[in-house]
Design a binder for this molecule. Structure first.
Ligand code: FMN
Length: 177
């Protein structure tokens, strides 16, 4: 069975909850233990080399900054070759509290993994959100580079977004059952 590595950082647990939901959703579709969770507070980004398919979760903190566990390992990412890796990204942010920096860290992570050779999947439409600026938007396109989740303001739709995005990325990964 193909394994998917899901790497995330999370300061106040929202990204962790989303990671667990994505893990459960994909495991229901592809079989138990397909997704292996890695919390970057304890695990190294270097473990990414063990997987061909990767999911990465990052919240934005402190006005457009990386979450602390990602920040600590940010430079270690540069030592990795992500060519032939398929990567899907999701982010957590607060579009009402931080509308000018919504999901910026998701954008930084996307640029990083693409510059390291990864092939990125999992774009998500920006309709239904209300913010001013985001570095996670693709240039000239009405899409985010990955799934943008907002636990503070869109709690009630998160499970549905996660279910639909999980289905989308396993198709884009070429792993559909
Ligand atoms: C002090 C502080 C700064 C934040 N800065 C941003 C920000 O710049 N952009 C954004 O989209 N969200 C921002 N947020 C919202 C967090 O990204 C959001 O609460 C997220 O769910 C936290 O994820 P975590 O619990 O996994 O750490 C901020 C939250 C706090 C408390």
């Amino acid at each position: 069975m193909k394994k998917i590595g899901l790497f995330y950082g999370s300061t106040t647990c929202y990204t962790e909850f989303a990671a667990e939901k994505i893990c459960a959703s994909i495991n229901r579709m592809l079989g138990a233990q397909t997704v292996q969770l890695h919390n970057l507070a304890y695990d190294s980004v270097l473990l990414m080399t063990h997987y061909n398919h990767l999911i990465m979760g990052i919240p934005t903190w402190d006005y457009g900054e990386l979450q602390e566990d990602w920040e600590v390992q940010w430079d270690a990412l540069d030592t990795m070759n992500l060519k032939r890796k398929h990567v899907a990204l999701f982010g957590l942010g607060d579009q009402i509290g931080y509308p000018e920096w919504f999901q910026d860290a998701l954008g930084y992570l996307w640029h990083k993994v693409v510059s390291l050779g990864a092939s990125a999947v999992g774009e998500w439409p920006n309709t239904g959100y209300d913010f001013i600026e985001s570095k996670a938007l693709k240039e000239d396109k009405n899409v985010f580079v990955g799934l943008a989740l907002d636990e503070e303001n869109q709690f009630e739709i998160i499970d549905d977004l996660i279910y639909r995005w999980s289905r989308q990325i396993i198709t884009e990964f070429g792993l559909s059952p």
